[in-house]
Design a protein around this ligand. Structure first.
Ligand code: AN0
Ligand code: CP
Length: 317
């Protein structure tokens, strides 16, 4: 595997999941693989889990790691070609990317949707420039439209906790005060569809996601109905995708918060969220603290998903 940006890059999911469980059994079995190889992680946005888990995964493989927070200490980067650079940005991404490529063997990029142009976001303009101009394998640490390391970790977690072959998975929108990207729900949908599980997406009107990601999932605007019989409830907020409201917050309706009353509709479902989560907006304290909450195991599996991805990239160098 050279680049990792979406579910197709990982190939057969059964094989990938089996590899993940092997890595989890002995995460130090490949400490020679990354010897004298350097990972550069570039963050255009904040992170707790991705930063720590990906660095840990790289260290498990014997790699060296450099982390750059573009907005803290680096030159502010212009990203548009053709701009007369007489403003506040002293450097262009088109020089910065190949320069960064000189100092490493693998690059991880976090670059969220900017909500300035839906086309630029959905064409993954920033991530694709890294792929084109860095000369290095590139993996997404959440880009504009997908968060594949998160979805892979979510799938590993479902694999570990599912009680039947084809669990019912409900992804539900939940309220949040600020506009969030569609990357996590898009990606979760893409991976769950690839896994072939029974999949229902519940969101208020106006919040339907890009059908390219939701595929054949049942999409409903009735959360209570969706939750009936669920084995896993995956909560997430996202901003509107459809025009003319792309990137906007249309509702903060707290009747969509995942509470114990909502969870009582399910088949004693596990609760999932990628974190960070706003308590009592997205999910009530009691639901996230219950023994059926998988938020910490999910976060722990981020180390495993990152390690499988880095291992495969290193094997292809
Ligand atoms: C981000 C998002 O919703 O995409 C990152 C989640 C992993 N969340 C926030 O910005 C709060
Ligand atoms: N879930 C996740 O990617 O968290 P961070 O934004 O903290 O990396």
């Amino acid at each position: 595997m050279r680049h990792f940006t979406n579910v197709n890059d990982i190939g057969d999911l059964r094989i990938a999941l089996a590899e993940a469980l092997e890595v989890k059994k002995d995460r130090f079995a490949f400490t020679e693989l990354g010897k004298n190889k350097t990972l550069l992680m570039i963050f255009f946005n904040s992170s707790l889990r991705t930063r720590l888990s990906t660095q840990k995964a790289a260290m498990n493989l014997g790699m060296n790691v450099i982390v750059l927070d573009v907005n803290q200490g680096a030159w502010k980067l212009e990203t548009e070609r053709g701009v007369i650079m007489d403003g506040d940005k002293p450097e262009h991404l088109l020089e910065a990317i190949p320069v960064m490529g000189c100092y490493c063997d693998v690059i991880g990029v976090r670059s969220f949707a900017r909500f300035e142009s839906k086309t630029d976001d959905y064409e993954e303009k920033i991530l694709n420039q890294f792929i084109k101009y860095s000369g290095r394998p590139v993996f997404s640490m959440e880009a504009a439209t997908r968060h594949p390391l998160q979805s892979f970790a979510d799938l590993i977690t479902i694999e570990e906790y599912r009680k039947n072959d084809r669990p019912k998975i409900v992804m539900t929108w939940a309220p949040h005060p600020k506009a969030l990207p569609q990357a996590v729900p898009n990606s979760f949908a893409e991976w769950i569809n690839a896994a072939g599980y029974d999949f229902v997406i519940a969101n208020p009107e106006g919040y339907d996601l890009d059908p390219k990601f939701t595929g054949n999932a049942v999409v409903t605007h009735n959360q209570d109905e969706a939750l009936i019989g669920a084995d896993f409830v995956y909560a997430k907020n996202w901003s509107a995708y459809t025009d003319p409201n792309y990137g906007k917050v249309l509702s903060t309706d707290r009747s969509w918060t995942v509470t114990s009353e909502k969870m009582a509709l399910t088949n004693n479902a596990f609760f999932m969220h990628c974190l960070p989560v706003r308590r009592n907006m997205i999910v009530s304290d009691d639901v996230i603290e219950a023994p059926t909450s998988l938020v910490i195991p999910e976060a722990a599996n981020r180390e495993i998903s990152a390690q499988v991805v880095l291992k495969r990239i290193l094997e292809s160098l």
